[in-house]
Design a protein around this ligand. Structure first.
Ligand code: B1M
Length: 232
């Protein structure tokens, strides 16, 4: 028999389970997060709903307490690891298989920045929407992005930055594209918590994307425009 205070995740209502998952994410409990994700999926939740309500919702609380000095790097790393466990289950469900690819995106976190959860989420959602995604990982210098754009024949460059100190590097990458005379060959999308639309415009990006869903919609509409221009 279970201990009196042991929580059986499968016995909780949906709302209770989501709140419990926020707690478990906060405590970096990866197996519990994976179990919670599976339970919600078995109950018929859409993968995107599990992602946003249970995982991203939990990470927002972690972020607030990190900001306020209640949580520190080791705890946040554990939370991030738990989140990645849940994301790994959702990834194949969000990614369509066998669908014709609508476009190709090179994505990576900029130089000096090691945050990758948001970038991974964008990559997953883009794959789910039928894009081919080349993920360069974290800490990317301009030449790494440019090399990949060229060798992969990509349509879109996606850059992520989570720090106010690293977001200006996005302009360095865009300026390099301009200097090489290839800026207009690519759709440049940028994102990350400290950015905003004004910043995106100021650095010469095509668009700032608030979240992964917006990134998908923006990419789709730019690709459609590109195809229409090619037809005309
Ligand atoms: Co960092 N960290 N962190 N951190 N961390 C933040 C960003 C911070 C806001 C925390 C805080 O103070 N509240 C703060 C930045 C402050 C600032 O710059 N003004 C901060 C700091 C200071 C630091 C360190 C400097 C701490 C230190 O060492 N003293 C250090 C920096 C290391 C470095 O990069 N050089 C550091 C380290 C870490 C960890 C390693 C512990 C860990 C990262 C683990 C990992 O990513 N593997 C970590 C984490 C987890 C966070 C918070 C808590 C959560 C980030 C996250 O994953 N969010 C974060 C607080 C916060 O953001 N509230 C924080 C969830 C994710 C789904 O959201 O990444 O915003 P997000 O992505 C969204 C959108 O922004 C958008 O779509 C995503 C999905 O909807 N998006 C894109 C993102 N990229 C996109 C690209 C696109 C389009 C959309 O391309 C087209």
């Amino acid at each position: 028999m279970a201990d009196d205070d042991e929580i059986i995740l499968s016995e909780l209502s949906d709302d209770e389970l989501v709140l419990q998952m926020h707690d478990d994410l906060y405590d970096g409990m990866k197996p519990e997060i994976e179990e919670g994700v599976n339970i919600l999926l078995e109950r018929g939740w859409e993968p995107y709903e599990v992602l946003t309500k249970a995982l991203v919702g939990g990470m927002t609380i972690v972020g607030n307490d990190f900001r306020d000095g209640i949580l520190f790097v080791p705890e946040v790393l554990l939370a991030a690891n738990a989140m990645k466990g849940g994301m790994a289950i959702l990834k194949p469900l969000l990614a369509e298989t066998g669908a014709p690819k609508v476009g190709k995106m090179v994505i990576g976190t900029v130089k000096g920045d090691i945050h990758d959860i948001g970038k991974n989420l964008v990559g997953m959602m883009m794959e789910g929407a039928g894009f081919e995604v080349i993920d360069l990982g974290i800490n990317n210098a301009a030449d790494k992005y440019i090399e990949a754009l060229k060798s992969e024949g990509a349509d879109i460059l996606g850059m992520s930055a989570l720090l106010t100190t690293t977001m200006p590097y996005m302009k360095v990458v865009i300026d390099s594209l301009v200097e090489m005379g290839i800026r207009d060959d690519y759709i440049v999308l940028v994102g990350g918590a400290p950015l905003n639309e004004e910043f995106g415009k100021a650095i010469g990006a095509d668009a700032y994307c608030r979240d992964a869903a917006v990134a998908v919609e923006t990419a789709k509409s730019f690709i459609a425009r590109k195809h229409n221009q090619m037809k005309a």
